[in-house]
Ligand binder design. Sequence first.
Ligand code: ATP
Ligand code: MG
Length: 362
Amino acid sequence: MSKIILTGDRPTGRLHVGHYVGSLRRRVELQNSGEFDKIFIMIADAQALTDNAENPEKVRQNIIEVALDYLSCGLDPEKSTLLIQSQIPELTELTFYYMNLVTVSRLQRNPTVKSEIQMRNFEASIPVGFFTYPISQAADITAFKATTVPVGEDQLPMLEQTKEIVRKFNSVYGDTLVEPDILLPDNKACLRLPGTDGKAKMSKSLNNCIYLSDPEEEVRKKVMSMFTDPNHLQVSDPGQVEGNPVFIYLDAFCKDDMFAEYLPEYSCLQELKDHYTRGGLGDVKVKKFLNNVLQEQLSPIRTSRKEWEQRIPDIYEILHKGSMEAEEVAARTLDDVKKSMKINYFDDHALIAEQADRYKAE
Ligand code: ATP
Ligand code: MG
């Protein structure tokens, strides 16, 4: 069986370092591994509109921002197909058929959707489109017959929902759809990177992000004002490493060979953590180190982005081409789906002949 990747992001803002460690960095590695037959990277504008219906301009403007982030991180249009969700109407059609296979109470149990509803104050009036976006995500994944979906931890319930839809579809209509596997980051710190404010998740909607496109000075300022252990008041105080976002970011970004250049008194992250836990190590020193670690990784991305920013029409061309290629694949899946559901009347010569015969006999 072919190995196929589908993943993507909502164009609700520029991408941040949480996206990078949670999904983007892995995608680029997978792309360059040569192990996959096909890679689809989707800018999920239709999904973004489910909670931004009154603000289509925000979605429209952020498509290019997400595409710029993709390209500057090393997603290569020669190796990966970059597409825009709304340009593939087959996805909407698949969603409509899958809706019949999912109950309202099943959707209500989705913990990610539950917390997103709370975050957006949607409790009293949830848009139907938003409520059902896990079904549309199942359509996205299955349309491309994806076998592997590299995403952050918050996507686990979506993948579970997708698998259920696939099983249900295949059992009712016959083997048609492919069950995907989720690929989570190996590194625990990357599963759900916290915000600079210490909140559980760095998120475009929470204003607690370090963006991949932030200028050097902006990154430095954000790092220097990051939330740390609130009880670590004096340098001499023992500090807490667990749950401390500065150390979580180091877990996600720091490689031991970076110490030689930026903090040669230590040889590895564990030594730094031990010192902090014992007391005698100030937050400022750790933050300066984190800043250097981040800058080393963000600087090439920033440089590449500057170059791509001068090629906006080319990027739209890439997205257009990718969307057309993706549509062909999705159309083939939709054909299979309709055939399995037996709603392919005009191609169903057996049906027409059988009915013609039946009436002739009467
Ligand atoms: P929004 O607030 O609009 O939902 P978001 O920041 O949650 O935006 P998405 O576009 O919903 O971003 O998520 C894109 C991908 O990035 C998903 O695979 C998600 O799991 C991953 N991701 C998002 N935020 C983080 C994070 N803080 N840590 C790890 N992965 C993340
Ligand atoms: Mg999200």
